[in-house]
Design a protein around this ligand. Sequence first.
Ligand code: MG
Length: 344
Amino acid sequence: MTLHLRHHSIEMALYTPFVIARGRSLQARNEVVELYDDQSGLTGLGLSAPAAFYGETTQTVGIMLERFAGMLGDDPDHIEHIMTHIDESVHYNQSAKAAVDIALHDLLGKKLNAPLYKILGLDPERTCRTSFTIALDTPEAMAERARAAAERYPILKIKIGTPNDEPRLRAIREAVPTDTIIRVDANTGWTAKEAIQHLNRLAEYGIEYVEQPVRAEDLEGLAEVTRNVPMPVIADESCVTLMDIQRIVGKCDGINIKLAKCGGLSNALKMIHTARAFGLRVMVGCMVESTIGTTAMAHLTPLVDYADLDGHLLISDDPYTGVAVEQGKLILPDAPGIGVQPRA
Ligand code: MG
């Protein structure tokens, strides 16, 4: 039997520019992987959503995928062994690895004629509600976007991490229904001292948790913030792969796991269980990405506390359809594998 790996880039437009504390983007570039199994005649779909912050572009992903194509062995069902072999052979390039891993899971589900959640033994009713992200802008623009979003999404994730976020939070709180849940993400924007000052002031606006207040490598700062702010602190940029968990235990309240950071569903599952063993809260997130990626991750949300899987909701021309979102609740497709289809 032979597996054929094909890949192509997709460039997608965003409804609004995606601005965070450390950058802005106007479109999303992803790499789609198709793994064709000539024995079953089935194709597994995967996605890489590379982030320059982690040293990847669609170009580096393309180069890596050519290399991974020769490392798939002779049985696509052996996902754990294939991905371990790739992980041990190539460092980093996690989003390229994720594309292969997702495609292998999708292919397995199609071969078994079962949705991924079923193969994993998970109850699809227990998926999370996803948050919807409001990117950085003026307080007025953010409040207007939050007001519109809150009609469909009861949980909002607000991008902050600037010297002056209080007017933003105040305007947003005034614009949304009182029961709207608000979480915030500073994307490494502050020093520990700034984070402690800002977050204690912002607490009055009712914040569920804060993501990544300080620089990725500033673990002592992360610990200091966690000790001195009233809301839970979730590590995102400071917790990239499975091996990072041991370094951040005791320094934050939880971690944000993303396929593009950890290398795929196999590693995401390992991170979920490892985080649980250390008593950490677990969140799953995404990049600005096609629903191939967010749908794959949505299958794991029955295992986690929080989901921020809105990447595809920010895109106006995603060529694929998959997970549905109803009042924030992630509704998994019943189709075999991850359940994603090309948009008709
Ligand atoms: Mg984040």
